[in-house]
Ligand binder design. Structure first.
Ligand code: SF4
Length: 670
């Protein structure tokens, strides 16, 4: 019997709506997806991945139109797919899961009512039957207490739970093909692993076809059977995952794979792709399988361009530490091997409470940070990792003075930091946020943005000059100086945010998920920049991230946080090679590998506690900080918990510079 694909996209072309020559955004894409098959689409931001899904679904944004190609759909593998008119594919067997679960849910409607409504519209079932079906769907996607959660509003659910509800919504339409647009990008590693498992199970049970878009090659390796690599609106290489990712033929695919940091490779520099991506429609037809990838340095400056500019302009009047000759750089401060260095920031017994509403007229205190002791050395990069909601960002905000400690405090260079910090002290610690777009004023050009903090320390006639120097330091030039934030790429905006933080000559940078929204190549360039700045300026950096591979590549030491407390801390190489706490082990096992596929649902991973398949043994989401479990706070989810773990709090165990809070530290290695 002939078997047909469920979805066929043939020569898809999409362009901006303009008079005259309309710029092409997607240039003749063709692919097919069979029942039970997952096609992964991978590429850098802006290459057209998400647009491909939207064009297939018929959900193109205003000002963009399909100018060619066909979309064909079939409901069964034994029936030939038939063409669907442009804009009418949604609801005809296609459903979509978005990166931002808020985009799928109505904030004013209880999630159960929303799912019920879709089931009723889809099947014409009675209200009672549709409600039953909605509860079944919530249960099927792993929402705990589905009958109870049925009545929750989206804002009352955690990020992972909202993504589960978004998947339930997509499944409520009974699709044949599921289009997933970066559905795990905003999630931490354990939630990411759970959502991947959930999607994989839905595909296997229902025989769904799936198109999974991601900029994360490791995620694509976990979930996809075949992969298409996109560049500038075209597919430049495609084939079975093992062929394309293990033996890439196109130099761009190779470079894309090399840009992804791993837990297994050597620790050191990140490997971003040089230059800026070509614009869609401008890809040279001979580019595939030739040596050169990109036109030389536009946007992110190439090394040669930087070098030429550096020779044209001497760095006069810059950060005093920048003027040191190379030999005097504070390289010796780096404690990669776990050596001791003087602490610039010392956090001691820090407690931060937030008042929260707990019912009508009732308020409780939520303990976001619970007795944290931590040090950040001069010229050191300290990584802070843990699941969403574990208190990482609150700790960071307390260090920069944006959250008021309930008890304990922060010492800067040995002096207690008062609650109302004088401007001089505030200047010494600067913060970089995840979304530079929201922290930059959209109406100000880059040079105006930099001029504002400079006004406090630099004479008026020297501000423009100093702003130019700062831009040069972060690899930007004259062209970007006059641009508004919306005219810059994500990586360029993050560089501007770093330049603005450096404008006040800080000693400490606190980077809160500063590269989480960037693809691996752009993130690699920003991380190399941070590393260079540490080397050149002796900056100390607190680097908060849910990406453990990046932390391993960038940081000297790492602290692992769980439910408001540090559970393990030490030199990054030792902690990642021999984690002493079961939670660290689980986090490491949940990281998808760029180079090998994990064993899926088959059972425990290489560390003995999980892998993607073993993460379920964590026992779901972390408990609420309002109800911290007695004894070891990790015990309800710990795969190694024993009777005493539920009653007595573990004390600190030390080994080779590592500190671990577990009754059975390192014992799970046995
Ligand atoms: Fe697990 Fe017990 Fe160690 Fe806590 S103290 S991490 S529950 S083994």
């Amino acid at each position: 019997m002939t078997s047909y694909p469920l979805l066929e996209v043939d020569g898809l072309r999409v362009a901006l709506q303009r008079r005259g020559t309309a710029p092409t955004l997607l240039d003749g894409l063709s692919f097919a997806v069979a029942a039970g098959q997952c096609l992964g689409i991978v590429g850098e931001s802006g290459c057209g991945k998400s647009l491909t899904l939207r064009a297939t679904m018929g959900l193109l944004p205003a000002g963009v139109e399909r100018t060619g190609g066909q979309i064909r759909l079939s409901h069964q593998a034994d029936a030939a797919p038939t063409a669907v008119p442009a804009g009418q594919a949604a609801g005809r067997g296609l459903a979509m899961v978005f990166q931002d679960s808020h985009a799928s849910l109505d904030p004013t409607t209880r999630v159960g009512a929303f799912v019920t409504d879709i089931v009723r519209r889809r099947t014409g079932a009675s209200r009672a039957a549709a409600r039953r079906r909605a509860v079944e769907l919530l249960a099927a996607v792993g929402v705990p207490d589905p009958a109870l959660r049925f009545h929750s509003y989206p804002h009352e659910l955690s990020g992972g739970m909202r993504q589960r509800v978004a998947i339930a919504l997509a499944l409520a339409t009974d699709p044949r093909v599921l289009l997933c647009d970066e559905p795990t990008t905003a999630l931490d590693v354990t939630l990411q692993a759970e959502i991947l498992l959930l999607l994989d199970a839905a595909r296997a049970e229902r025989g769904l076809g799936m198109v999974f878009v991601s900029h994360d090659i490791a995620v694509i390796r976990q979930i996809a059977d075949v992969v298409a690599v996109m560049y500038a609106g075209q597919i430049i290489e495609a084939g079975p995952v093992a062929d394309v990712l293990d033996r890439p033929r196109h130099p761009y695919t190779r470079a894309l794979i090399d840009a992804v940091p791993t837990l297994e490779g050597p620790i050191g520099r990140f490997r971003p792709i040089a230059g800026a991506p070509a614009r869609p429609g401008r890809l040279h037809p001979l580019l595939p399988l030739q040596g050169s990838l990109r036109p030389p340095g536009r946007g992110l400056l190439g090394r040669r361009a930087r070098h030429r500019r550096a020779r044209r302009r001497a760095p006069i009047g810059l950060h005093p530490l920048l003027l040191r000759p190379l030999a005097q750089r504070p390289l010796a401060l780096r404690p990669r091997a776990g050596g001791h260095m003087s602490a610039l920031i010392r956090v001691h017994s820090l407690v931060v409470d937030h008042p929260v509403r707990a019912g009508f007229l009732r308020r409780r205190r939520l303990r976001a940070v619970d007795g944290v002791d931590l040090e950040l050395g001069r010229g050191e990069i300290l990584g802070l990792v843990g699941e969403s909601g574990c208190g990482k960002s609150t700790l960071a905000r307390a260090i920069v003075g944006l959250a008021t400690p309930t008890a304990g405090g922060v010492l800067l260079d040995g002096a207690p930091v008062p609650r109302r910090r004088p401007p001089g002290m505030r200047r010494r610690i600067q913060m970089i946020y995840q979304d530079p777009g929201s922290s930059l004023d959209p109406r100000r050009t880059v040079s105006q943005t930099l001029a504002e903090p400079l006004r406090r320390t630099v004479p008026a006639e020297k501000i423009a000059h100093r702003a130019r120097e700062l831009l040069e330091m972060v690899g930007l030039g004259e062209r970007q100086a006059h641009a508004l934030p919306r005219e810059l790429s994500g990586g360029q905006r993050q560089r501007v945010a770093i330049a603005r933080a450096l404008a006040v000559e800080p000693e400490v940078l606190v980077a809160d998920e500063a590269v989480a929204a960037l693809d691996a190549s752009v993130a690699g360039a920003v991380l190399n920049l941070l590393s260079d700045l540490r080397e050149r300026l002796g900056l100390s950096v607190l680097f908060i991230s849910h990406d453990l591979a990046t932390v391993r590549g960038l940081c000297d030491r790492v602290a692992v946080m769980y439910l408001g407390s540090i559970v393990e801390e030490g030199p990054v190489a030792r902690v990642f090679a021999r984690p002493g706490h079961p939670y660290t082990r689980v986090l490491l096992d949940a990281v998808p590998s760029r180079d090998r596929r994990r064993s899926g649902t088959a059972g425990p991973g290489p560390g003995g506690l999980g892998g993607v398949g073993g993460v379920g043994r964590l026992g779901g989401e972390p408990p609420s900080p309002l109800d911290v479990p007695p004894g070891c706070r990790f015990h309800p989810r710990c795969p190694r918990a024993a009777a005493r773990c539920g009653t007595s709090e573990p004390s600190e165990e030390r080994r080779d510079g590592q500190r671990v809070w577990c009754h059975f530290a390192w014992r799970h290695e046995l």
